[in-house]
Write a protein that binds this ligand. Structure first.
Ligand code: NAD
Length: 258
């Protein structure tokens, strides 16, 4: 067990990558606090909540309703974890949405909404968690960024820009929080089969290239990101901080746009 008795807070943990990360961390012995705007997973094929699955695995888990763009919600999420679970060892800033559009198409309202969820959310989560993380003997912040922090996709002005900012925020926090021994890293997923990704890219030509563009023989599943997060949270990654880890089936090593 690589995360025995650690407490992890995961935003957007009800579905997709956040859910996969919660499950993989619970398998390694972690207790889980899920912060999400919804309790049940997106998609009709799974009915158990993430907290129920984690409890089935023998670990403690709780769901807190939380919109990461709202200060009071994020404060309450972190305080619930810190007080009810006796501390926080790992924060995973995962929640995101995507309001797509080119720069000339996006409304100011959509742009600001995206900033609230993708950047202010991780800022507040990290800010409120630091006092608890400082008390941990193996503290970690893991930001879920994207391969689009490295390359831009067409028609994705806000999402790509904010993932780039989140990846740099990762480096910046690694510098400032090194003083407290807090390791701060990001995972930059390539295409991962989540409900969100399938719907979002439904009419988008790149989605048809998932299987053919990854160098692996398959497109990634949420647990592939969860296992990378377990590694970064574990003692095995003690010499890694300020890093953006691409987990993309080799997509960016090849020819992204052809
Ligand atoms: P998803 O839509 O399947 O799940 C996102 C979860 O976040 C949902 O449970 C949703 O309810 C929650 N959420 C949305 N807005 C929220 C808010 N304001 N506050 C709290 N929770 C909120 O998404 P996913 O595909 O699992 O993506 C998870 C992360 O991985 C995101 O940061 C996303 O940008 C990143 N990512 C995903 C892919 C992919 O292909 N799936 C690729 C690169 C990066």
């Amino acid at each position: 067990m690589r995360l025995e008795d650690r407490t992890v807070v995961i935003t957007g943990g009800a579905s997709g990558i956040g859910r996969g990360t919660a499950i993989e961390m619970a398998k390694e012995g972690a207790d889980v606090v899920v912060g999400d705007v919804r309790e049940t997973p997106l998609g009709a094929d799974e009915d158990e909540t993430t907290a129920e699955v984690v409890r089935d695995l023998g670990r403690d888990a709780v769901y807190c309703e939380c919109d990461v763009s709202k200060e009071a919600d994020v404060r309450a999420l972190i305080e619930t974890a810190g007080e009810e679970f006796g501390g926080i060892d790992i924060l995973v800033n995962n929640a995101a949405i995507n309001l797509r559009g080119r720069v000339e198409e996006l409304s100011l309202e959509d742009w600001n909404t995206m900033i609230g969820v993708l950047l202010t959310g991780p800022f507040m989560g990290s800010k409120f968690a630091v006092p608890y993380l400082r008390e941990s003997d193996q503290p970690r912040i893991i930001n879920i960024s994207s391969q689009v922090a490295f390359v831009a996709w067409p028609g994705n002005a806000a999402y790509d820009t904010l993932k780039g900012a989140l990846s740099h925020f990762t480096r910046q926090m690694a510098v400032d929080l090194a003083e407290y021994d807090i390791r701060v890293n990001a995972i930059c997923p390539g295409p991962i089969r989540t409900k969100n990704a399938k719907e979002e890219h439904r009419d988008y030509e790149i989605s048809h290239r998932y299987d053919e563009k990854t160098l692996t023989s398959f497109t990634g599943e949420p647990q592939d990101i969860g296992r990378a997060a377990v590694f970064l949270a574990s003692e095995d990654a003690r010499y890694i901080t300020g890093h953006n880890l691409l987990v993309d089936g080799g997509w960016l090593a090849g020819d992204f746009y052809s």
